[in-house]
Design a protein around this ligand. Structure first.
Ligand SMILES: Nc1ncnc2c1ncn2[C@@H]1O[C@H](COP(=O)(O)OP(=O)(O)O)[C@@H](O)[C@H]1O
Ligand SMILES: [Mg+2]
Length: 228
């Protein structure tokens, strides 16, 4: 992997438009910013500002219309789908707003899934899954399916899954929105712990506690970064 120093994310003149019929929606309008290794960057802004679109592009789930996006020294716009899937699985932990758990898999199986994809030995997967279940306080829900879990519990499974492969970059989209206090506290303590461990994290959030924990807050409005 090409060495870009300590920058984990480099975003340059990034634009993203969605075409719906004759209408073009400019979701990201010429954004530039970088995230250094070990930083916890919070992204905030009103609904429709382009936060999710930006996170999806950083996570290699969507591609920009123009501009550049480098993650861990890799120019994502130069990668094909297959490589991007492998890259995401190995290096990026994504916590989606809607959890995106696999409904036919139990808690344990959902958490183990990225490790199976990365072909870790069974013994490692078993040990790591137990460790993550403990971390998110869900040992007693190990064999439940997502439909049998509360929203907060599903969010914690989503977190454990995002951390499974020990990703270098953690991306989370409004992780404490609509959550119970207990889950919010657990999730904030995970961010704290990951920050102490020097993990790079980008979190879309309005949560006061996460904003306080952040090294930097990037404000986005109408697809642009603004000075708060
Ligand atoms: N897949 C899509 N197709 C068309 N428009 C989209 C799509 N995704 C997002 N948008 C539009 O892009 C803008 C930014 O959306 P989004 O990134 O979801 O904002 P935020 O997460 O800040 O609420 C909105 O106007 C939204 O309607
Ligand atoms: Mg959003």
């Amino acid at each position: 992997m090409r060495n870009r120093g300590k920058q984990v994310v480099v975003i340059s003149s990034l634009c993203k438009s969605f075409e719906i019929g004759d209408v073009s929606i400019r979701a990201i309008d010429n954004i530039d910013f970088t995230v250094a290794e070990g930083e916890l960057v919070a992204i905030r802004g009103p609904s429709g500002a382009g936060k999710t679109t930006l996170l999806n592009i950083i996570g290699g789930l969507d591609s920009p219309t123009s501009g550049e996006i480098w993650v861990l020294g890799q120019n994502l716009t130069e990668c094909d789908e297959e490589y991007l899937a492998t890259f995401r699985c190995a290096y990026i932990g994504f916590v989606f707003q809607s959890y995106n758990l696999i409904s036919t898999l139990t808690t344990t199986e959902n958490i183990a899934f990225p490790m199976e994809l990365a072909q870790w030995p069974e013994a490692h997967i078993k040990g790591r899954t137990k460790e993550l279940l403990e971390m998110v306080g869900l040992l007693h829900r190990a064999n439940h399916f997502p439909s049998q879990l509360s929203g907060g519990e599903q969010q914690r499974v989503a977190f454990a899954r995002a951390l499974a492969n020990n990703a270098l970059l953690i991306l989370a989209d409004e992780p404490t929105g609509n959550l119970d206090m207990k889950t919010s506290k657990i999730i904030i303590s995970i961010f704290e712990r990951l920050k102490t461990a020097g993990k790079t994290q980008i979190v879309v959030t309005h949560d006061k506690e996460i904003l306080q924990l952040a090294d930097r807050v990037v404000h986005i409005k109408d697809g642009r970064t603004i000075q708060a």
